[in-house]
Design a binder for this molecule. Structure first.
Ligand code: HEC
Length: 169
């Protein structure tokens, strides 16, 4: 019977232990490097200002419902938007009340050119889309209903003469 060679067994054991330690430590080094990398990347992206300093073409305000749900028309004013219920109202409502209240429009007065300039400004700086063939209808509505005060206030509404129409739900 052969005597067991304890020295050889011990050597083997040591070698495999050594390998295990090497393997474990390289694993730990890789892990640490990964953590450091993501830590740095996270820190540098956090250091970036979250809001752009210059105006972008994106809307500056979250688009969202800015209207109340009151669909009634009183004295010619559509209550939910604050806009005059006149020809072209629906197309204006569809294109102009997504970013801000219609009341912001109703507070302003301008000529047709002035209104076009405001639209161009919003297109350049506020992310307003191209209005295409709707632009003429929108400008007609704005020029007719929100003209400069200097040329006199709009005549009182003649309730009898107005062709009222029912707004869709
Ligand atoms: C994509 C978003 C967006 C849409 C759609 C939009 N606007 Fe604006 N508009 C803005 C922003 C942003 C402002 C600046 C608001 C502020 O200064 O508080 C603004 C301001 C205005 C003002 C005030 C300008 C001033 O000098 O004070 C008017 C009037 C106006 N918009 C009219 C319109 C009309 C008319 C339409 C439809 C053709 C329209 N907006 C559609 C984003 C939009």
């Amino acid at each position: 019977m052969e005597k067991p060679n304890y020295t050889q067994d011990y050597d083997k054991l040591l070698r495999s232990l050594y390998r295990a330690v090497i393997f474990l430590s390289s694993f730990l080094v890789a892990l640490a490097l990964g953590v450091m990398y993501y830590g740095l990347a996270g820190a540098s992206s956090a250091a970036r200002p979250s809001t752009p300093v210059v105006a972008t073409s994106q809307p500056q305000r979250p688009a969202g419902p800015v209207e109340s749900s009151d669909e009634r028309v009183e004295d010619g004013i559509h209550l939910a938007t604050g806009l005059r219920a006149a020809e072209g109202f629906e197309v204006v409502r569809a294109n102009c009340t997504g970013c801000h209240s219609g009341k912001l429009i109703a507070q302003n007065r301008a000529t047709r050119d002035g209104w076009q300039e405001m639209i161009r400004w919003m297109q350049r700086t506020q992310g307003l889309w191209q209005l295409g063939e709707n632009e003429a209808a929108i400008l007609n509505y704005l020029a007719a209903n929100y003209a400069p005060e200097e040329i006199g206030r709009r005549a009182n509404l003649d309730v009898e003469a107005i062709e009222w129409y029912i707004l869709e739900e």
